[in-house]
Write a protein that binds this ligand. Structure first.
Ligand code: SAM
Length: 217
């Protein structure tokens, strides 16, 4: 989806987003932050790209002594402004927060030790985005992907957790489930292999599937 009024994300305020994703409803902010912390601690990336950064969840784990460049990208101007406001001071000039569409933004080739994409493929077509990510990952680098999937036996679970934030319902026509296998196939086509995979149980019959795809040296 291009950056236009048609993108339903642009009608969701940061307050509604965080209310919906917080502990009273979907309760995914903390597990997403924990996943990023685990990936970050393991990879220890000097160069980081955070795709679909929303309001910057997880950036509190970035250590400027270790990471020299962090690029955080989101299509939503208010989310980007919140991210800058919250993390700009602690991280300084090494943090570049960009309001851009992941399907068209220009990033340097082979420039990132870690590209983190959490709950992004549910909103941006994987066939278009995976080859772009593969181009951004450095030799020896990793792309970590977090997908939201239904736990087995939880058929009928709605991809979007019900909440009182009406604007969130606007995502229902564009948010789509993505299978870990489909993402693995796309990365393998780009020469990137899974190096570590795990799941994180969530409330409401869902789980996160986390997989790190590595580019060989
Ligand atoms: C569920 S949130 C991401 C959660 C976040 N990664 C985390 O770990 O907490 C999805 C984000 O993708 C952004 N997004 C959706 N389509 C996009 C696009 N085409 N380009 C850039 N960002 C996009 C939305 O604005 C939203 O902030």
């Amino acid at each position: 989806m291009s950056r236009s009024e048609a993108n339903p994300w642009l009608t969701i305020s940061a307050q509604d987003y965080e209310g919906h994703m917080g502990p009273d409803y979907a309760d995914q902010l903390r597990p997403l932050r924990d996943v990023f912390a685990e990936v970050y601690r393991t990879i220890r990336p000097p160069r980081l790209a955070l795709l679909g950064c929303a309001t910057g969840n997880g950036l509190e784990h970035v250590d400027p002594a270790l990471t020299k460049t962090a690029v955080a990208i989101d299509i939503h101007p208010e989310f980007v402004a919140v991210t800058r406001e919250r993390y700009g001071k602690a991280l300084g000039a090494m943090l570049k927060v960009r309001c851009e569409d992941l399907t068209s933004c220009v990033l340097p080739s082979g420039a990132f030790d870690l590209v983190h994409a959490a709950i992004v493929f549910e909103h941006v077509e994987a066939c278009a985005l995976v080859p772009r990510i593969a181009n951004w990952v450095a030799a020896g680098g990793v792309c970590a992907v977090v997908l939201q999937v239904e736990s087995s036996g939880a058929a009928g679970t709605s991809l979007i957790t019900p909440s009182p934030y009406g604007s969130i319902a606007g995502l229902k026509d564009t948010m789509h489930a993505v299978s870990p296998e489909a993402i693995a196939t796309l990365f393998e086509r780009e020469g990137m292999r899974p190096r570590r995979q795990w799941t994180v149980p969530l409330s409401g019959g869902k789980r996160f599937d986390v997989c790190e795809y590595a580019r060989s040296l």
